[in-house]
Design a protein around this ligand. Structure first.
Ligand SMILES: [Ca+2]
Ligand SMILES: [Ca+2]
Ligand SMILES: [Ca+2]
Ligand SMILES: [Ca+2]
Ligand SMILES: [Zn+2]
Length: 562
């Protein structure tokens, strides 16, 4: 073996040993802190109540009966139900909001909303609001999915926006009344509501008479309508100053007062009011809703069977992709025959809803409160209201004819025997509302501590199949101090994002409570504690050793060359 070969062998030996041996022979221990994120969970409430029965089944309710039903359910399940008064109607009746949630949780959860009965004569929507509350309370602890919804959501219900009209209709059987009850001098004679329509012949109907002009080839033209009644105030005019003032569903401050969906004529059934939020009922809703954020919400109406989404001025859905998806969802589970009035399969017709709903609840929810899917859910229409028995030829001559209409009650209100069956048929649509509420689930991985800052990877899943979290996901201290935030999370999607939480000081022997989420998704609570971990870092040691040995080899060669 010559000298050169020896040198090469020595060099190789040193090089290999410098790479291999230090890995095993020179471990260096370092200690590091890692954050541990523990979810603060709220267990379900133990069910202590029997199923709650309705006090007034199979009938329409007045406002007192609504309050009794709410109190009855509240008394049975006080840990799930919270009742608030959000304001008063014109005549001073309380407008209630009922919250259904597992009240053991201290955190704000994802919220959803069901509001009923903007329009007086659409009474069955009140029954549905009560059924909805009863259903959640009776399903709690029995149905896993519904229990989870009540545990993880704050579900708000407003059973009537128009309690004055509810009572007026209950007492007077006035099934034409749609608007609120602020008195108004429509004809400017100084008297208020002095000459409304009347059941002159006492047959239980206030008949509407439609005047039509005959045209050639059967093309007849509708001219106007008048109503059964007498000249109550003897001024020579009949029914010129009705009871009923503002269409509450045209009184919101969003695209207010624009024809044709709203009217500025006080005698119109779609009178927008004297100004946006001129009415105490809509102001009560505004003040309530401004304190909350809802990703999705229902407003219940009757008169047709439809799920109306928000449209833009072009008449197209304002969230085209989202609403198309939801439309398809409804088509799958809304009951057969429910859609006879508006054919859900005729998508092109439905999308072409001609204009905005001026001053409507849905416009306000979408444009002012960022609710992505405020749906006007029209739950009932009865085709028999237009049967020959209720809608018939009253008079005719060679040029004109008059149709009499006695079906206003049937048009908006199912037979009392059918109230509960209608509810049962539509339960999938109410489940859908709860399913779409954009709750999130979170987990954390990795993580390190550097000075007073904590880093980790946060995995966020939006549980709603359709509704995104709307806003960014914020990581906050319990008092709301913002630590970091990540992008909004799309529906049915999981995002991984690095987070860095910068604290002003960090006591690693204590734990830190944080909340994660936003007003739409609600907040999950976590506790961050710190664990000391010992690391052995042989790779680093190996690299250092190689460097030292390389320097030695170079020195040996340099010295030998001299
Ligand atoms: Ca008058
Ligand atoms: Ca009037
Ligand atoms: Ca009169
Ligand atoms: Ca009259
Ligand atoms: Zn309505």
């Amino acid at each position: 073996m010559n000298k050169q070969t020896m040198e090469r062998s020595l060099f190789l030996f040193l090089l290999i040993s410098s790479m291999v041996f230090p890995l095993f022979l020179l471990p260096i221990e370092t200690k590091a802190l890692t954050p541990v994120f523990s979810a603060i969970e709220t267990p379900s409430i133990e069910r202590t109540w029997d199923d709650v029965s309705l006090l007034y089944p199979d009938q329409y309710l007045n406002n007192t009966m609504v309050i009794e039903e709410v109190d009855n359910i509240h008394t049975a399940a006080p840990d799930l139900i919270d009742v608030d008064i959000i304001g008063q109607s014109y005549e001073g009746r309380d407008i209630l909001s009922i919250r259904i949630t597992n009240e053991d949780a201290a955190r704000q959860k994802a919220k959803t909303l069901l509001v009923a009965h903007h329009h007086g004569r659409e009474m069955v929507t009140v029954n549905h609001a009560i059924f909805f509350i009863q259903w959640l309370v009776n399903s709690y602890g029995e149905d896993t999915q519904l229990t989870e919804y009540v545990d993880t959501q704050e579900i708000y219900v407003i059973p009537t926006m128009n309690p004055d009209a509810l009572d007026y209709i209950f007492n007077n059987s006035d099934y034409w009344l749609r608007k609120n009850l602020r008195p108004y001098d429509d004809d400017g004679d100084g008297l208020f509501d002095e000459d409304t329509y009347d059941d002159e012949n006492g047959d239980g109907h206030i008949t509407q008479y439609e005047v039509w002009e005959k045209g050639s080839g059967g093309r007849n033209t509708y001219l106007y309508a008048y109503y059964e009644g007498i000249d109550d105030d003897g001024d020579g005019q009949v029914n010129e100053d009705w009871v009923g003032h503002t269409d509450l569903n045209r009184n919101y401050d969003a695209n207010w007062g624009i024809e044709p969906s709203a009217s500025l004529d006080s005698m119109s059934q779609a009178f927008a009011g004297t100004a946006p939020f001129s009415e105490p009922e809509t102001r009560a809703f505004r003040d309530f809703a401004q304190d909350h954020r809802f990703g999705m919400a229902y407003s219940l109406h009757t008169g047709t069977n439809a799920t109306f989404f928000v449209t833009g001025f072009s008449g197209n859905w304002i969230e085209g992709q989202l609403y198309s998806q939801m439309w398809n969802d409804y088509e799958e589970f809304l009951p057969e025959g429910f859609n006879y009035y508006l054919d859900y399969s005729a998508k092109e017709n439905a999308e072409a809803r001609p204009a905005i709903l001026s001053g409507g609840w849905d416009e306000y929810m979408y444009h002012e409160l960022d609710c992505l899917a405020p749906i006007t859910f029209e739950i009932y229409h009865n085709a028999s209201a237009e049967s020959e028995e209720l809608y018939y030829l009253h008079e005719e001559n060679s040029t004109h004819y008059i149709m009499a209409f006695n079906g206003i009650y049937e048009y908006f209100s199912p037979d009392t025997d059918y109230i509960e069956d209608l509810w049962l048929e539509l339960i999938p649509a109410y489940e859908y509302l709860l399913e779409q509420t954009p709750r999130i689930s979170l987990s954390f991985s990795g993580g390190s501590v550097s000075g007073t800052s904590v880093s980790a990877t946060m995995m966020t899943t939006c549980l709603s199949p359709r509704i995104e979290t709307v806003e960014a996901i914020k990581i906050q201290l319990d008092d709301g101090t913002l630590l970091d935030s990540t992008e909004p999370v799309d529906a049915d999607t999981t995002y991984n994002a690095p987070i860095t939480l910068q604290f002003t000081s960090l006591d690693v022997n204590a734990s830190i409570r944080i909340r994660v989420g936003n007003e739409f998704s609600g907040y999950a609570q976590f506790e961050i504690s710190f664990r000391e971990t010992t690391f052995i870092e042989p790779v680093l040691v190996g690299v250092v050793t190689i460097a030292i040995i390389a320097v030695v080899i170079v020195l040996v060669f340099v010295l030998k060359k001299r």
